[in-house]
Design a protein around this ligand. Sequence first.
Ligand SMILES: Cc1cc2nc3c(=O)[nH]c(=O)nc-3n(C[C@H](O)[C@H](O)[C@H](O)COP(=O)(O)OP(=O)(O)OC[C@H]3O[C@@H](n4cnc5c(N)ncnc54)[C@H](O)[C@@H]3O)c2cc1C
Length: 508
Amino acid sequence: MEVVSFVCSPEEAKDWSAIKRIIEKQTGKTYEYIRWKKRSIDARSRQIKINATFECSNTPLPDRIRTFTFHKVHHSPEVHIIGAGPAGLFAALKALMRGLKPVVFERGKDVKARRRDLARIAREQIINEESNYCFGEGGAGTYSDGKLYTRSKKRGEVDLVLELLVYFGADEDILVEAHPHIGTNKLPKIIENIRNFIIEQGGEIHFESKLTGITRTDNKISHLEINHGEQTPIKQVILATGHSARDIFYLLHQTGIKVLAKPFALGVRVEHTQALIDQMQYHGRLNDEYLAPASYSLVEQIDGRGVYSFCMCPGGIIAPCATSNGEVVTNGWSPSKRNNPYSNSGIVVSIDPTDFENPEDPFVCLTFQQEVEKLCHDATGNNQKVPAQRLLDFVEGRKSKDFPRSSYTPGIESVRLDEVLPPLVAKRLQKAFQAFDKKMPGFLTNDAVVHAPESRTSSPVLIPRDKERMHHVEIINLYPCAEGAGYAGGIVSAAIDGMKCVEASSKR
Ligand SMILES: Cc1cc2nc3c(=O)[nH]c(=O)nc-3n(C[C@H](O)[C@H](O)[C@H](O)COP(=O)(O)OP(=O)(O)OC[C@H]3O[C@@H](n4cnc5c(N)ncnc54)[C@H](O)[C@@H]3O)c2cc1C
């Protein structure tokens, strides 16, 4: 098999006869079997280019994904996993690879039942506090955007997660694209396939089963209490409850298990039209069938703090992601085709425990996060409606008289966000938007709308663990895992951390 790389135009990249011609010219050979290996867009100059890499052969090409070995584990030693998000589910898959029986407890419902609770948020503005955009089968990853990029440099680990996703039904394109993406419409089926497989192999997944208590004996956990009743004896527990399970942070603290305040980020979600972002990023090329909807990534240092774009969703929708009534939270998703007319992104300011009077308090950042979510809720006083402002109005401190259409279905209300958001956030955001406009002229426009708050970027609490053995620094059979524990950011890194925790626990 030969690997051939070249740079071509977006039109050529969609034309197989052009691709074959270029490969023939470059190698001096003809090939019967040709397939994409890697693809990325380079839109830095007016002449937009595609970086293309192909695998070419005259014998059939090998499978794209490796062969996985999973064991039947009906009678194997158990590993308990709390939370069925990406970390919990991939931990369960790793347990099957290691010959361990995963027993998963998940507070929320399965993906299908969960969908009804999401519809209710839009329709009745009521949050089911156990089943919402963050809680339920697949965790925050199920109705997420499904972008699969990660800052992890460990290619082997990333490839393993992507190949497992393909094994359970994701499109093989995720192995090719430089910025792979699945989309909210396709994620639930993949999650369902993973669940059915875990059960077929002999694992257990219990829905509507919330961890409510922990029995600790010296440096070990002996029992877990589920739904305030059943006491389950355990040997090892992977705690993969995500960054929104505030009750878990308090439960650990009350049980005398060490948790610490952790820096996180908070801000707003800004929505432009996709056409405007395409125009800015693709140098005026509009509605271009040869180019994917454009995205952006922006970062600035403002008054000693990073302000940056987070979870940018081209062709996306802003979602109501609160986990409690009386609070509002925004985040974004997009379907696989990214074909909505909107483009949204979190724009967030780094927050540090030292921003507050009592940085030693493990809950100092969490309390701040929750207060902002409540303030934004109370600013409209209407369940899941969020306070909003046109972007230029926000920067210039003016209330907006009206709005263009917003994708946020529970609704928006005109509020001066600089009067609702704490100054350490609002002032930096105002300056950052001005700086972003210099990098992307046209970004700072009154045709864009700012929605508040974007507050669940990462965990505001850290559950400290031993660096090498990965268990809690004091409790040797507790494995704080992924985003909730402060050790991951996003679907892929959470999945990697879930697998690593099982790997570490199986060594004990
Ligand atoms: C709308 C949206 C869009 C997103 N888009 C992207 C994206 O495009 N790309 C990306 O990489 N990331 C995205 N994210 C973030 C991503 O979903 C998270 O990084 C990832 O899901 C974290 O995985 P996790 O397994 O650590 O935690 P989670 O996914 O949060 O899962 C934790 C699970 O634990 C369960 N749980 C909590 N407490 C308990 C308890 N007491 N007992 C039992 N179970 C419990 C929860 O119900 C939940 O199912 C998005 C998030 C949202 C909300």
